[in-house]
Structures are given as structure tokens and as C-alpha cells.
Design a protein around this ligand. Structure first.
Ligand code: NAD
Length: 488
């Protein structure tokens, strides 16, 4: 077992400095052991106001720099995160619960996204129109929005923030981030590391507080011009109503219940591996996790057997131990909610093929662990089909054909991602057209590319992250008309 010596005390990060940790304090606990791994100052409206003002003061200087220079600075900050992965990953594992290997992957992925936007800085091009009238041309400028409030959940604290920071900073905005109250540690350290690498004071500030206090203070602050939110659908709706009062711009990356469809002509082995990985990484707590599996009847038994065997072979344990593939759920509240959804589902039917309970005995009883679980054919109207299930359980249904699979897939209120597994390209193309969601993978799943826009529809929100399209959500377009010969 790798011993991790983490007990850090951190205050808010405002105007380029880490503030001292002071009361009121919140203890941060390791979900695997319930041990205290750090303490942070609980920020409220006063800290949020200071952070927003610092971001506002930094705005003129930051947005006046050339876009290439901003890109270079963001690129250096990304490099510094990569160089600090050995320090940051244990912090992330300690506060979040994920295996150390996944924490390292997450941090490298956050750096990669920042590097992507740093690289795009020099490629930004606009639109010009000539001959609007004789001697008159039109130009479309992009202007930064101003101070961006970035609010993220606890499942991927650093990558979900990097998705916002990259385009926001490169486009010339400044940012105040609020991580979830249970996962502020890696983010606060990351902000300090990025500033040591050259980000100017005030460009990126972090407050650590609760949603109802710090979160709402950030959303409603008059100097915040845009809120970039990732989190649950009910919170997203609340933020939308608060932001309406001030006409704030919004991106809402909300919940998901991604379906995976496996047709009879698919590579069944690869599909089963993807289903297992896609459902169980981060202990099933991912917006784009595979949350419903629909398999063609003729191959269902084979796929079900393969997925069950994979679930049985997963090593459950503390994220700090080598070889662990499934850590604990993030919190007691999270495990209670997940177990409640499982119980309500099974009341209506369905067969538990493996798992279904908490692992027994030993040190696992100290944390919020749950066995990897496969449920066969729960009712289509049950919570596992209609709600977002944020935990390690995969429901599987047999389907007659692609039509029936798409009908079930689209019945969900969510519309984030989906995947289709088949060797028939026309079936894949048809599915990609008909599935109601923002991302469809064909013979692949869950990997998000920085090159492509990502974001859901329906209850999964609106707006895009990733892709050069993300710049559209951090800039305003302004039309400028130029008359070349003023006397005419
Ligand atoms: P949550 O909505 O409870 O909290 C998310 C963040 O919002 C936290 O920082 C929280 O403190 C803050 N918050 C809570 N109430 C607030 C309020 N009234 N005003 C302002 N801020 C407030 O979500 P969660 O349960 O912590 O996170 C899991 C959810 O996030 C899941 O639904 C998951 O699908 C979703 N998610 C979506 C994506 C995506 O890209 N679509 C990615 C990851 C997670």
C-alpha cells in the first residue's frame, strides 16, 4: 500500500495568493477511510466578492494582451500541472476516492485540455465581409465576456474545471472557480501552481465553499458575466433561474444516462470490455458513464456473461493501493442515494447477476464501498432506466433490433452521450442520426476529444465544451462596419 501523507490546510486562492486557512473550517475526508486529509476555509459571500473583484481588476490587463501571449501563458501553466502530477494526484485520490492511476490520468487530461486551447490561440480567425456597400466592409470581432464563474462537481474536479479555464482564459476572460465543497484541495493547489508558472494575479481565483452560499453568491454577483456550470440537473435549473435576473450567459453540463447499443454483428469482446470500463471507472460516477446497456437478443447471453465476468474480476479497494480498479463512492450521501435507486429498481423486478451489496469485512467497511453490480432486465420505467444512476451498477436489457434499442435509448429524459456497436456502417449512421443526444460513439465509448464539441441536450443541459466551438461560449460577437472613404 502506498502511504499518502496528506493533511493540508488551505484558504481561498485570490489575486494570485493562497490565503491562510481560517475559520469557519471544513474538514475534507478520504472516502475510503473517513480520515481527515485536509481543512479549508469555508468561503461565503465575502470571499466570493473579493475573488470576483480581483478577477474584474485583472480583466483589463489580461484581455489587452495578445491572444498568442495568453496562449503561451496558459501553455506554461499546463506544463506546470504536468510537472506537479506527483504532488496533485495523491491529493485528488485522498479527497475524491478514485484510484491513484485514475487521479494521474485526470490531471494529465486537465493539462492536455489547457494545452489544446493554448495551441488554438494562434489559430483563431474571424469573419470579414467586403462590399456591403461601395467602399464598405464588415468585420466580426470576438470580445471576451468578462468575469466567468466556473462551478464544478466532485467527480472530476480538475478536468471539468480545465474544460472551462482553457477557452475562457485564452479568449481573454478571467475566472473565479468554485469546486465542490468536498473536493477543493487539488484545485486550490493547482491554482497556485498555475500562477507560479506565470498566470497573472486575478486571472484565476478559487473559493472553496458550499453551493447554497459560495455557489449562489458567485452566480448572482453583478460583476460575473457568465456562469459555466457542471453538475446535477436540479442545480443547473436553479442556476438558470438565478442567472436570468441579470441576463448572464450560461453553459450547463448536467446529468446523463448514456445508453450503449450492441447489435448482433458487433465485436462482442470489445463491446463487453467497453461496457465494463465505461460503467465502472471512477466507481460509476461520471456524467458520460455507460448507464444503460441494450443488447441484440441473438448475442445477449454471450455479452451478458462477458460483462458479468469482468465485473467479478474488478479489484475493489482503497484508491491508494496498487492494482485497485474500483474505489469507494465519493460520500455516504452518494452511496445512500445509489443504494436507494438500486432498491427501488429491484422492487419492480430485475435480476442481480453479480454484486448488489457492500463488500464485507476488513478495511473496506471504513469507506463508502459498493460491489460492482449487474442487473438484468429491470423494468423500463424503473429508476435505473429513467434516473441518472451515479454508482457501480449496470442494467442490461435484451432488444429485438436497432429500432427498439433507439426507442428505449431516447425514452430517457437525458441526452448527453450514447454509443452503438456494430460492423454495419449504415446501421451505425442511422443510429447516429436518430439518437437524441450530444455525442454518439460508434464502436467506441466515453473518450472525449478536445477537437470535438461536447455537451448534452434535454435534461443534460446546453452549450458546448471542448472543440474550437467552446470559444463561442466565452466570447461575444461584435459587428464592425468600416467605410473606407469617409468623405463618400
Ligand atoms: P451538484 O449540482 O450537487 O453540485 C455541483 C456543484 O454545484 C458543486 O460545486 C456545488 O457546490 C454547486 N452547487 C450546488 N448547489 C448550488 C447552488 N444552489 N448554486 C450554485 N452552486 C451550487 O452536483 P453533484 O451531485 O455534486 O455532481 C454530480 C452531477 O454532475 C451529476 O449529475 C453528473 O452527471 C453531473 N456531471 C455532468 C457532467 C457533464 O459534462 N455533463 C460532467 C460531470 C458531472
Amino acid at each position: 500500500m502506498t502511504a499518502i501523507d496528506t493533511s493540508v490546510d488551505l484558504g481561498a486562492f485570490i489575486a494570485g495568493s493562497a490565503e491562510p486557512c481560517s475559520a469557519p473550517l471544513q474538514e475534507i475526508r478520504d472516502p475510503a477511510t473517513q480520515r481527515v486529509v485536509g481543512r479549508v476555509t469555508v468561503s461565503g459571500a465575502e470571499e466570493v466578492d473579493r475573488a470576483v473583484r480581483a478577477a474584474h481588476e485583472a480583466l483589463a490587463g489580461w484581455s489587452a494582451r495578445g491572444v498568442a501571449e495568453r496562449g503561451q501563458i496558459v501553455g506554461r501553466a499546463a506544463h506546470a500541472i504536468r510537472a506537479a502530477v506527483d504532488e496533485l494526484a495523491p491529493l485528488l485520490t485522498a479527497e475524491q476516492g478514485k484510484p491513484l492511476r485514475e487521479a494521474r490520468m485526470e490531471l494529465n487530461r486537465a493539462a492536455e485540455t489547457l494545452e489544446h486551447y493554448a495551441g488554438l490561440a494562434k489559430e483563431l480567425r474571424g469573419v470579414s465581409v467586403f462590399g456591403l456597400d461601395p467602399g464598405v466592409s464588415g468585420h466580426v470581432l470576438r470580445r471576451p465576456l468578462g468575469v466567468v464563474g466556473a462551478i464544478v462537481p466532485w467527480n472530476f474536479p480538475t478536468t471539468l474545471l480545465a474544460n472551462k479555464l482553457g477557452p475562457a482564459l485564452v479568449a481573454g476572460n478571467t475566472v473565479v472557480a468554485k469546486p465542490a465543497d468536498t473536493t477543493p484541495l487539488a484545485t486550490l493547489r493547482m491554482a497556485a501552481i498555475m500562477h507560479e508558472a506565470g498566470l497573472p494575479p486575478g486571472a484565476f481565483n478559487v473559493v472553496a465553499g458550499r453551493g447554497a452560499e459560495a455557489g449562489e453568491a458567485l452566480v448572482t454577483h453583478p460583476l460575473v458575466r457568465k456562469v459555466a456550470f457542471t453538475g446535477s440537473t436540479p442545480t443547473g435549473r436553479r442556476i438558470m433561474s438565478m442567472a436570468a435576473a441579470d441576463n448572464k450567459r450560461l453553459t450547463l453540463e448536467l446529468g446523463g444516462s448514456d445508453p450503449m447499443i450492441v447489435l448482433a454483428d458487433a465485436d462482442l469482446g470489445r463491446a463487453a470490455s467497453a461496457a465494463s470500463m465505461g460503467r465502472f471507472f471512477n466507481c460509476g460516477q461520471a456524467c458520460l458513464a455507460i448507464k444503460r446497456l441494450y443488447v441484440a437478443e441473438s448475442v445477449a447471453d454471450e455479452v451478458i456473461e462477458a460483462v458479468v465476468q469482468k465485473a467479478r474480476r474488478l479489484t475493489v479497494g482503497r484508491g491508494t493501493e496498487s492494482g485497485v480498479q474500483l474505489g469507494p463512492l465519493h460520500s455516504e450521501r452518494q452511496r445512500d442515494a445509489f443504494e436507494d435507486q438500486l432498491a427501488r429498481t429491484l422492487e419492480g423486478g430485475g435480476e442481480v447477476l453479480t454484486g448488489g451489496g457492500r463488500p464485507e469485512g476488513g478495511e473496506l467497511s471504513d469507506g463508502w464501498f459498493h460491489e460492482p453490480t449487474i442487473v438484468l432486465e429491470p423494468p423500463h420505467g424503473s429508476p435505473m432506466a429513467t434516473e441518472e444512476v451515479f454508482g457501480p451498477a449496470l442494467p442490461i436489457w435484451r432488444v429485438r433490433d436497432l429500432d427498439q434499442a433507439i426507442e428505449y435509448a431516447n425514452a430517457s429524459p437525458f441526452g448527453l452521450g450514447s454509443s452503438v456497436w456494430t460492423s454495419d456502417l449504415s446501421a451505425a449512421a442511422e443510429a447516429a442520426e436518430r439518437l437524441d443526444c450530444g455525442y454518439t460513439w460508434i464502436n467506441s465509448a466515453t473518450k472525449v476529444y478536445d477537437e470535438l464539441p461536447f455537451g448534452g441536450i434535454k435534461a443534460s443541459g446546453f452549450g458546448k465544451e471542448h472543440g474550437s466551438e467552446a470559444f463561442d461560449y466565452y466570447t461575444d460577437l461584435k459587428a464592425v462596419v468600416v467605410r473606407a472613404r469617409p468623405g463618400e
